[in-house]
Design a protein around this ligand. Structure first.
Ligand code: NAI
Ligand code: 2OP
Length: 334
């Protein structure tokens, strides 16, 4: 697979991993290594002849003549194949089933993320790592510990997804193009995530103005915020497992920001060191993403006037994430 293209490795060739691989391949700027266990769960099926990652990579390559991309995708279970990656995405782990919270996945996914991150960093020590596995904020702590990399190069995807869900709900309610909704959903990737209403605009006009002019009711906006917070659970209830299209493209957007050094400001899960009054905790906040990973963090609590509700929401969400991270510590996994 020698080419002049960049290299992105995606660990976990399941629903989210394969979607990330497909989206990146379609952009054409990187080759993708898709890594999964040699004996994934489909092995029990009688006619299975090889690994799922190999099969998905073949399927993705066979889509390329029609879609028109020259990126190559390699399926593997051998970490040597992902050597010298520019970006490593970690999606390996169990997804939610209906009724499960992300926190229910804590112990099982901590072991998986620790194991894959430690193996990956041996062959790709210079990469930026983007964690996706849940519970997301806690899994970022696990990956940081397993890799011993600077925290700026171990970041998590949650806020891009949560914000796109919020933007989509608002666009549908108001009847405006999705591209014209700007919004951040910050905090932990749990039901206490915080839609930042005071920075949400529709065509540059603050959302509160739309409420005051009667184009969107307060009740509608509150329901949108509730549905956003419950976003993952609503989809898991409908699909039977967690979602993958929006999570996949949200992750690919972060990969692109790093790979192409785009200096995008995206809601990113990063290790806070005092910003927002929070220390030593992975948490979703706006950060500048470029080739070095999270290159700058923006403390909105200092830069703009957040409402008391938003500030209290951020505090509550941080407390919730800390409880999860502490239980990981008490399980001896941090
Ligand atoms: P999936 O079950 O479709 O895929 C997970 C894959 O990980 C499986 O193919 C499995 O064989 C693989 N895997 C397990 N242990 C492994 C190991 N030790 N080495 C290599 N591969 C291993 O699950 P899906 O839907 O792709 O979700 C993946 C994770 O992402 C879940 O934890 C899910 O909760 C999380 N997620 C996070 C989101 C976010 O916004 N942060 C959004 C959606 C999902
Ligand atoms: C989601 O929000 C479950 O984290 C996953 O869809």
């Amino acid at each position: 697979m020698a080419s002049g293209r960049k290299k992105v490795s995606v660990i976990g060739a399941g629903n989210v991993g394969a979607t990330v691989a497909f989206h990146i391949a379609q952009q054409g700027y990187a080759d993708v290594v898709l890594l999964d266990l040699p004996d994934d769960l489909t092995l029990e099926k009688p006619r299975k002849t090889g690994s799922m990652a190999t099969g998905k990579a073949l399927d993705l390559n066979q889509a390329s003549p029609i879609v028109g991309y020259s990126s190559r995708i390699k399926g593997t279970s051998d970490y040597a194949d992902m050597a010298a990656s520019d970006v490593v995405v970690i999606t390996s782990g169990r997804p939610r089933s209906p009724g499960m919270s992300r926190e229910d996945l804590l112990a099982v996914n901590a072991d998986i993320v620790a194991s894959v991150a430690a193996q990956a960093v041996r062959v790709s020590p210079a990469a930026v790592y983007i964690v996706v596995s849940n519970p997301l904020d806690a899994m970022c702590h696990v990956a940081l510990k397993a890799t011993s990399l600077p925290a700026s190069r171990v970041i998590g995807q949650a806020g891009v997804l949560d914000s796109t869900r919020y933007r989509n709900y608002i666009a549908e309610a108001v009847g405006v193009a999705v591209e014209d909704i700007q919004a951040y959903v910050l905090g932990g990737h749990g039901d206490q995530m915080v839609p930042i209403r005071s920075l949400t605009t529709i065509g540059g006009i603050p959302v509160q103005q739309w409420v005051e002019s009667g184009k969107l009711t307060e009740e509608q906006l509150q329901k949108i915020e509730d549905d956003t917070r419950q976003g993952g659970g609503i989809l898991t209830g409908l699909i039977g497992t967690s979602a993958w299209y929006a999570p996949g493209v949200a992750t690919a957007e972060m990969v692109e920001a790093v790979l192409l050094d785009r200096k995008r400001i995206l809601a990113t899960t990063i290790l806070l060191t005092g910003e927002y009054g929070v220390s030593d905790l992975y948490f979703g906040v706006p950060a500048l993403l470029g080739a070095a990973g999270a290159e700058e963090v923006y403390d909105l609590s200092r830069l703009v006037r957040l409402t008391p509700t938003e500030l209290a929401g951020i505090e509550d969400s941080a407390k919730k994430v800390r409880v999860t991270v502490d239980s990981l510590r008490s399980l001896g996994k941090l």
